[in-house]
Design a protein. Structure first.
Length: 219
C-alpha cells in the first residue's frame, strides 16, 4: 500500500499509540495526525492508504461521520478505533463498510494484528460468540437512505446548529436547508428535528432502545 495514513483522534496519547503501531506496519508512509472530524474530512481522499477514526471527537456525529466518509470516499480504508466496544456499535461500523473496528482497550499486539490484516487487504473485527444475536434495529438502514447533503445537515443539527448556521456553513439558502430537513423527516419516519437527532443518537448509544410509536408520533 502507498499513500498517507491519517490518524484522527482527539487524545494525543491515543494518537501516539496508534502512530507507533502504524509506523511498524506501514514504514515510510507519511502520517497526518488530526484531532477533529472536520480536519479528518479535509485530510481524506483517494491518496489515503488508511484512516483511523475515533467516533467521538468534539465535532463528530459518531456513526453519521463514518457514514459520510464512507459514502464520499468509498476507496479509502477506515479503521474505527473506539472506546465504545458494544456489539451494536461495531456491527454498525461493519455494516457501513469500515475495514476494521479496534477497541481502544486492545493491546498493542492486537492493534498491530488488526492493522496488519488491513495492510493485507483483509477486514478485522472483534470475535462474536456463536450464539450472539445481531444487535440494533432498522435505524442504520433508515439513515443510509439519506442523501449526502441530508447526512451532512443531520450531523450539523446533531451538533446543535440552527438552520441559519447550517446554511452559512454549507453555503446554501435557509430555504434549501428547510427542504432538506423535510426530506430527512420523511426518510427517517419522524416529525421533527429532535426525533431525527434522537434516532441518529441511537446508533452510538447501545443503552437507548429503538424509537417507540409514541416518540415517532409525537404523542
Amino acid at each position: 500500500m502507498t499513500g498517507t495514513i491519517v490518524i484522527a483522534d482527539d487524545h494525543p496519547l491515543m494518537r501516539g499509540a496508534i502512530r507507533t503501531a502504524v509506523e511498524r506496519i506501514w514504514p515510510g508512509h507519511a502520517i497526518v495526525e488530526v484531532s477533529d472530524a472536520a480536519a479528518a474530512r479535509g485530510a481524506a481522499g483517494d491518496g489515503v492508504a488508511l484512516m483511523t477514526l475515533d467516533l467521538h471527537m468534539a465535532d463528530s456525529a459518531g456513526l453519521l461521520t463514518l457514514m459520510e466518509l464512507r459514502k464520499d470516499f468509498p476507496a479509502m480504508p477506515i479503521a474505527v478505533v473506539s472506546a465504545s466496544e458494544e456489539a451494536r456499535i461495531w456491527q454498525g461500523v461493519k455494516s457501513l463498510g469500515a475495514a476494521a473496528f479496534i477497541p481502544k482497550s486492545a493491546s498493542s499486539e492486537t492493534m498491530r494484528e488488526a492493522l496488519t490484516a488491513i495492510a493485507n487487504g483483509d477486514l478485522w473485527f472483534p470475535e462474536q460468540p456463536a450464539d450472539a444475536e445481531e444487535a440494533g434495529d432498522d435505524t442504520l438502514a433508515r439513515l443510509q437512505r439519506l442523501t449526502p447533503a441530508q447526512r451532512r445537515i443531520l450531523a450539523l443539527v446533531a451538533e446543535g446548529k440552527l438552520n441559519k448556521q447550517i446554511a452559512h456553513e454549507m453555503q446554501i439558502s435557509e430555504a434549501t436547508v428547510k427542504a432538506h430537513m423535510t426530506g430527512i423527516f420523511r426518510r427517517l419516519g419522524v416529525i421533527n428535528r429532535t426525533q431525527a437527532v434522537l434516532m441518529a443518537g441511537r446508533l452510538d448509544d447501545p443503552g437507548l432502545p429503538p424509537l417507540d410509536d409514541a416518540e415517532v408520533s409525537g404523542a
